[in-house]
Design a protein around this ligand. Structure first.
Ligand code: CTP
Length: 218
């Protein structure tokens, strides 16, 4: 494995879940551990990049040599990411909630009827917004969690979100996924693809950075 330098590059990485508040004591979240995004940010910093890690609510220590910005909701993550542009690379490894409650109840919602309906609204798509931003990074990389038809959906996201690479989690592979230390990815770009792993997320992080560097040399 090469460890080509990323010196002088500015890389923004998002990681972890987002929590969308329902009321002062409840939220909608997901099981993202943040490990993949943290591993990418740590590897990039170790290789000399100037790294900003925008982290959702996770219980992970801050890797050395980078700037960490903690956020909670998709809306806050969007603000934090956009505020970091321009950058050379954006890697959207966060599992951003696609929907959030239409309103946050000011007080705790009390139980009443047998059925409660929660109105949800779409959150901003941070990855798609970064990809068409006036200060668009040179390289924009997204993640996708797919259970089936991985290539079809991953390539669809590549086109629809106008990004340069999609790293699809191969969720069927045993020992990989959200809480695991290992993962298996298939990375797609316009005219190619590469399967990475199964391997520790720390090793995959370096391999993903190598793929990015190989396609966008200094
Ligand atoms: N993403 C984002 N903002 C959102 C939703 C997703 O930036 N509001 C980013 C994620 O960080 C990730 C990619 O988009 O890089 C995931 O795309 P998404 O369309 O949400 O894919 P899936 O999670 O795989 O969901 P689905 O297949 O339901 O579309």
């Amino acid at each position: 494995m090469s460890a080509a330098s990323l010196g002088g590059r500015r890389i923004v990485v998002s990681a972890g879940p987002t929590y969308e508040d329902i009321d002062p004591v409840r939220f909608i979240g997901n099981r993202s551990s943040g490990k993949m995004g943290f591993a990418i940010a740590e590897a990039a910093a170790r290789r000399g990049a100037q790294v900003v890690l925008v982290a959702g609510p996770v219980s992970l220590p801050t890797p050395s040599g980078l700037q960490r910005v903690d956020v909670r909701s998709a809306r806050q993550m969007r603000e934090a990411v956009i505020a970091q542009l321009p950058a050379d690379v954006y890697i959207g490894a966060a599992a951003v909630a696609d929907y959030a409650p239409a309103e946050i109840a000011p007080g705790k919602i009390k139980k009443k009827d047998e059925r409660l309906t929660l109105a949800l609204v779409r959150t901003p798509d941070i990855l798609a917004e970064v990809a068409v931003h006036a200060r668009r990074p040179t390289v924009v990389v997204g993640f996708a969690a797919e259970t089936h038809d991985v290539e079809f959906y991953a390539r669809g996201k590549l086109e629809k979100k106008k990004v340069d690479m999609i790293a699809a989690n191969r969720v069927g592979v045993s020992g990989s996924g959200f809480e695991s230390d290992d993962n298996a990815l298939t990375v797609y770009w316009r005219d190619g693809e590469r399967a990475l792993g199964p391997a520790p997320k720390t090793a995959l992080a370096d391999e993903l950075l190598d793929l990015i560097l190989a396609r966008w040399p200094a």
